[in-house]
Structure formats: structure tokens, C-alpha cells
Design a binder for this molecule. Structure first.
Ligand code: BES
Ligand code: MN
Ligand code: ZN
Length: 505
């Protein structure tokens, strides 16, 4: 999708050559004297149009309007949330096959974040999955002009919106692809293709290297599958070599049957989305390639299938993780934490300023928070605040969950250093406590996106979350001035030379 931003008052918007013109009409709309403004004012006066977001009025060949189709859409108070709701309400008009070129114009002040939200909502509405359909309908909407009273004032937010939209779309696409079209190997190929961009590098570790690294826990999950595991390592270098990176770790279970602790058949197809964390890391790198912020980011993806098999890991098996801790696999369906723990151990070698993992980790998190907010767990207050604020700004919200040490009591095992499951109670929290054992002193956050990474039912599909949250966070970090290292060379996360840049602590 191609977006462009223009300074476009309503009078000029009327002359914009396109198939569809959408006018976002906020509360307290002040009409000028041009024909389109007058039309809007009349519609409001007659109560044929309401400014409530989601309400709209469709017109055809309106006089003095160049576009055949015209939609007047209520934009509420003009906030990002209301603008998104307004455009979601126009989704059908935006998806009409005849509409190849559209213009969206703010008929009032345009808040920068609302312009970003508009771009994301438009990209969202125009996405269509086609990868495995034999009669792929080509994407209809190809070009969108966003018209605002003052383009220069919102340019930055607009550009960010286009970057995030590209990342979200990339994440949705990979999440949506069926497990036989999104194997660990294919995910690694996608990462390699991304790394063709400047400032990017990708290393893919196969089974032999992962064995050499001692990732016994990750390997145990992959044992039951014919598909070879991949450990994907992406690097984006937008800042100096000495600047400590933010490390993102995405759960990449390309299909989760549950393993020997097998899941029931109903809705098991949705476990192709169990690589949603990995997809979001790929999506973030897609956005980084476009936006090129001054920051260093490492992306780590342990990717494999969780399958039942004669060779599969069994309940009661004890595995040795990369950091030496032993784990009793009490339930093979709690596999996410088993692949993540080794990736978190590996992450320490980059001396991260902040370490954030993203995982479709627990059904318990879906029960706790539903599909609106991702679960946020964090050992570092500043990092937690930054992620919460980024989520709010990106309309991709999360909610802080607790990490009291008592929650780890249920992870005790009679036969290993820890078990991989607690009881049913507080399942999202005990999963996070398990991960916490592997992060040491690094400022760490865990996003449980089991409820937010995809939608079930008629609208089944990946959401691209939490790419918006993560990109907003990383851009905030890039804006925070780096503190000059005391001495030349690599800064470390040890006391005395705290890498203040990324976590802004
Ligand atoms: N991938 C699932 C989590 C999940 C379940 C996400 C349902 C979305 C919807 C994860 O691997 C899993 O199976 N978790 C178990 C953990 C349990 C065995 C402790 C769960 O949540 O049931
Ligand atoms: Mn599972
Ligand atoms: Zn899983």
C-alpha cells in the first residue's frame, strides 16, 4: 500500500482525483464557505450525519466532488482511538473492488497520533490474505492520500504510521500462513530476506549449532517433529557499536499440538498462530528497515513445531537448559517457556539494555485479559512504564501483571531444579516466573500475547500485535539521548557502566 501526506483543506480535497473520498468530521466541525464544507454542515444540521465515531453517510456523485464515492464519517473528538473507529466503520467502502485510489481528509485539526492511527487503520482495512488461495483477488486499494490542514506538523507521525503498518502487515501475513507454509525453515528464510535491508544482519542456527550451544530445553520440544528447528538471530544496527541493544525474543512455535500432552481437536488449527511472538519480531524488523531509527536491536526466534511422536519429549522427562538448570517437563504443552528459556539465556551475551520476550504463552492470559490487552510482566519499573505508554500511544495496549516470588512456589519439582508448570491458578504468572529464572539481572519484560495476537471465529486471522507497541517503544528509546560511555569499547550491563540508553533508567 502506498500512502502520501498532503496539506489539503476541504475545498481542495473536493477536487482530489480518486475513487473514494472519506471526510473525517469531528465534533464542533467549523465549515468554511466551499461547497464540500457546506454539504457537510447541511448533513450535520439535518442530523443525517453524526460526528460519533463509527457513524457515516455515503454519497454518490456529490456535486463539486471529483471522487465518485464520498463518505462523510464521524470522527468523534479526533483522538487516535476515535479516528481508528471512524475508519473501521468505513472498512466496507475501502474494500470495494472499484476503489483503487482513496483520499482521507481531516475536516478539522489533525492530531499527529491520530494521523498515525489513520494510516494504520487504512492499512488494516486493505490487507487481504491470499498466499494459499488459488484464485487470489489482487489487492484493490493501492494508493491512499491522507489530507490534513498542515502536513509538516504531522509528517513524523505519518511516517511512523507507515513503518508500523508495514511491520503489522508483515506479522499478520506470517501469522496467517498455515503451519505447512510457515515452517521454521521458511520463517528463517523470511528473516534472511528481511536482512537484505541496510544495517541488518541475520544468522540462522540449525540443530547441530543449537546442540553445541547446549539448548537442551529447546531441543527437547523440537524432538517430536520431522521439521528441523531453527534458531533465528537478527541484528539491526542503527546506533554506534558501543550502544547496548534492546533484545527481542519471539516464541516461534510454528504449530503447537501440545505434544504427548496433546490438545483437544476443537480449534487446534489456531495453534498455527503460536508463532505470533516470532511474527511480531519479524514485523518489528520490517518496520526498523523502513524507519531506520538510531538504536541497536537484536531479534531472537527459537522456531520449531511441538508434535507427538515416538521420539517426542514425554511428561516426566528431565531436560538440561542452556544455563545449566534442569527442568522436569510435567506437561509437554507448556512448550513455549521451554524454547524461550534457552533463547533468554543466549540473549545475555549481547549485554542487553533491555530484554523483551513476546509469546502466545498461556490460555490463562486469555482468561485474565481477553483480547483487548496483552499481559505485561516486568522486573524493571522504567521498562514497564515505557512499554505501557508505548502500548497506549500505539492503540496496542497491555496491562501490568504481578511477579511476586511466591508465585514461583508451584514450579518446584522433586526430580529437577524446576518443573515446567505450576497449577491452574495464576497460570500466566507462573509461566512468567518460569521465564524469570533465566534472565538474571537484565531489565526484562515479558508480553503474553495469547489473547491479542490473533482473532478466532469469522474474523479468524493474525492481528499483527504487538508490533505497534514494540515499534513505538523502540522509537521512544531511539529518541532518548544516549549517555556517552565512560570508556571506549563495549558497555556492559554490570554496575558502574550501566547501559542507560535503551531502558532510559
Ligand atoms: N500456545 C499455548 C497457549 C495458548 C493456548 C494460546 C490457547 C492461545 C490459546 C501454550 O503453548 C500452551 O499450550 N499453554 C498451556 C500451558 C499449560 C499446559 C500450563 C495452556 O495455556 O493451557
Ligand atoms: Mn502448548
Ligand atoms: Zn504454545
Amino acid at each position: 500500500m502506498n500512502f502520501d501526506l498532503k496539506t489539503l483543506p476541504l475545498s481542495t480535497a473536493a477536487a482530489e482525483k480518486c475513487d473514494l473520498l472519506v471526510v473525517l468530521v469531528p465534533e464542533g466541525f467549523k465549515p468554511a464557505s466551499d461547497a464540500l464544507s457546506t454539504l457537510v454542515a447541511h448533513a450535520l444540521k439535518q442530523a443525517d450525519l453524526e460526528t460519533k465515531p463509527g457513524k457515516h453517510l455515503s454519497l454518490y456523485q456529490a456535486p463539486a466532488v471529483a471522487a465518485r464515492r464520498l463518505v462523510l464519517a464521524g470522527a468523534g473528538n479526533g483522538s487516535p482511538r476515535h479516528v481508528r473507529q471512524a475508519l473501521q466503520g468505513c472498512a466496507a467502502a475501502l474494500k470495494t473492488p472499484q476503489v483503487k485510489r482513496a483520499a482521507i481528509v481531516f475536516a478539522g485539526a489533525a492530531q499527529p497520533d491520530a494521523v498515525g492511527a489513520a494510516v494504520m487503520a487504512l492499512a488494516d482495512a486493505s490487507y487481504a490474505y491470499t498466499a494459499t488461495k488459488s484464485k487470489a483477488e489482487p489487492r484493490m486499494l493501492g494508493r491512499v492520500t491522507v489530507g490534513v490542514p498542515d502536513a509538516a506538523a504531522v509528517r513524523e507521525a505519518f511516517v511512523r504510521g507507515t513503518g508500523v503498518a508495514a511491520g503489522v502487515e508483515f506479522a499478520r501475513e506470517w501469522a496467517n500462513r498455515p503451519a505447512n507454509h510457515a515452517t521454521p525453515t521458511l520463517l528463517a528464510d523470511a528473516a534472511k530476506a528481511l536482512a537484505k535491508a541496510s544495517n541488518m544482519q541475520c544468522k540462522v542456527h540449525g540443530p547441530a549449532e543449537v546442540a553445541r550451544l547446549g539448548m537442551g530445553s529447546f531441543m527437547a520440544v523440537a524432538r517430536g517433529s520431522e521439521e528441523p528447528l531453527r534458531f533465528i538471530e537478527l541484528h539491526y544496527s542503527g546506533a554506534g557499536k558501543g550502544v547496548a541493544p534492546v533484545v527481542l525474543v519471539g516464541k516461534g512455535i510454528t504449530f503447537d499440538t501440545g505434544g504427548i500432552s496433546i490438545k483437544p481437536a476443537a480449534e487446534m488449527d489456531e495453534m498455527k498462530f503460536d508463532m505470533g511472538g516470532a511474527a511480531s519480531v519479524l514485523g518489528v524488523f520490517k518496520a526498523l528497515a523502513e524507519l531506520k531509527p538510531a538504536i541497536n536491536v537484536v531479534g531472537l526466534i527459537p522456531a520449531c513445531e511441538n508434535m507427538p511422536d515416538g521420539r517426542a519429549v514425554k511428561p516426566g522427562d528431565v531436560v538440561t537448559t542452556m544455563n545449566g538448570l534442569t527442568v522436569e517437563v510435567l506437561n509437554t504443552d507448556a512448550e513455549g517457556r521451554l524454547v524461550l528459556c534457552d533463547a533468554l539465556t543466549y540473549a545475555a551475551r549481547f549485554k542487553p539494555a533491555a530484554l523483551v520476550d513476546i509469546a502466545t504463552l498461556t490460555g490463562a492470559c486469555v482468561v485474565a485479559l481477553g483480547g483487548l490487552r496483552s499481559g505485561l510482566f516486568a522486573t524493571d519499573e522504567a521498562l514497564a512504564r515505557q512499554l505501557e505508554q508505548a502500548g497506549d500511544a500505539a492503540l496496542d495496549p497491555c496491562w501490568r501483571m504481578p511477579l511476586d516470588d511466591e508465585y514461583a512456589d508451584s514450579l518446584k519439582s522433586n526430580f529437577a531444579d524446576l518443573g515446567n508448570v505450576g497449577g491452574r491458578a495464576g497460570g500466566a504468572i507462573t509461566a512468567a516466573k518460569f521465564l524469570q529464572r533465566f534472565v538474571g539481572d537484565t531489565p526484562w519484560a515479558h508480553l503474553d500475547i495469547a489473547g491479542t495476537a490473533w482473532k478466532g471465529g469469522a474474523a479468524k486471522g493474525g492481528t499483527g500485535r504487538p508490533v505497534g507497541l514494540l515499534v513505538h517503544y523502540l522509537l521512544d528509546v531511539a529518541r532518548t539521548p544516549a549517555v556517552a560511555p565512560k570508556a571506549a569499547g563495549r558497555r556492559t550491563a554490570t554496575a558502574g557502566s550501566k547501559p542507560v540508553r535503551a531502558a532510559a533508567r
